[in-house]
Design a protein around this ligand. Sequence first.
Ligand code: UDP
Length: 353
Amino acid sequence: MRALVTGAAGFLGSHMVDRLLGDGHRVIGVDNFLTGNDCNLEHLAREPRFEFLFHDITEEFDPGPVDLVFNMASPASPADYGAHGIETLMVGSCGTRNALEIAKKNRARFLHCSTSECYGDPMVHPQPETYWGNVNPIGPRSVYDEAKRFAEALIMAYHRYEKVDTRLVRIFNTYGPRLQANDGRVISNFLRQALNGEDLTIYGDGSQTRSFCYVSDQIEGQIRLMQSDEHTPVNIGNPVEFTILECAREVLAVTGSRSRMVFEPLPEDDPKQRRPDIAKARRLLGWEPEIELREGLQLTIPWFTASAASARENENGRVQGEDGKLPPRRETASRPRRTGYPLLDPRLAASSD
Ligand code: UDP
């Protein structure tokens, strides 16, 4: 089959591209590199079954015939959507609509990456898909939470009114290789800090909880959902819950680092607890995660070690010298790079470094 992956240069998008190619599909990836990174696709430079379209999906586009659409484009870390609030709202609304129109025109199966942020700061714990959530609609996280909630409503509308064959995955905190070392997420920050011998920054008192899913488990859950006939949202995440302090201790244990912990203010509207109820995924998809946090961290460390080395080599890189909270962004959209894989955008094909 031919699959479209929006957000293909992102953390999850690039892993989905790899998985689909591994399963024998042809893939067209789309990204505007707002928060994605072309390095995540460089290994596909000579892969004939992969094409890349440099494009902002909030503008209409035609990727040609497709059988599967994976709508994975969006800034996703709190630092990234904090820095790109309007783009986040636009990709969740206009971008999702454009992706749905492509699925409709091609009668393609459609899967959308939604989020545990739909539950906000949850009053129900753990969170089942039936919980409607507790979201501040005007707070700093609302650009992400409400974009994703709007996208869910839009997708259900396309399913009900336009008969598009849709699926919704609610992703809980996921980590692994290709996380950007300074995207500001907790695993990114702690691993980077521990490996560099810097203090680990605990926001608040560290008693808030998260449940961390390794990327290969996440992708497997999404593939199974795409293969299923379930149209209502399904949680995909690891149900083992850690306080942020416990998470910091795990990172220190796995890295052997002697970094200290320092306490910083808790960001506004930071959810106090989060843990997926995965009974639905177990029942419908026969899915559950296999990789526990300690093993997943071990699998992720080599990526962070390599990132740190390349950041040291590049004095202007994103990693070096940043505190990880509000990273500066490379404006790749204004200086597109040729990366070697087949390019469909003639403007990009005509440009040079
Ligand atoms: N956090 C922290 N130190 C950091 C980064 C994050 O204590 O350096 C906390 C953050 O306040 C939140 C949790 O870790 O409670 C998870 O944050 P993350 O940004 O990874 O994603 P979220 O689950 O909030 O979307």
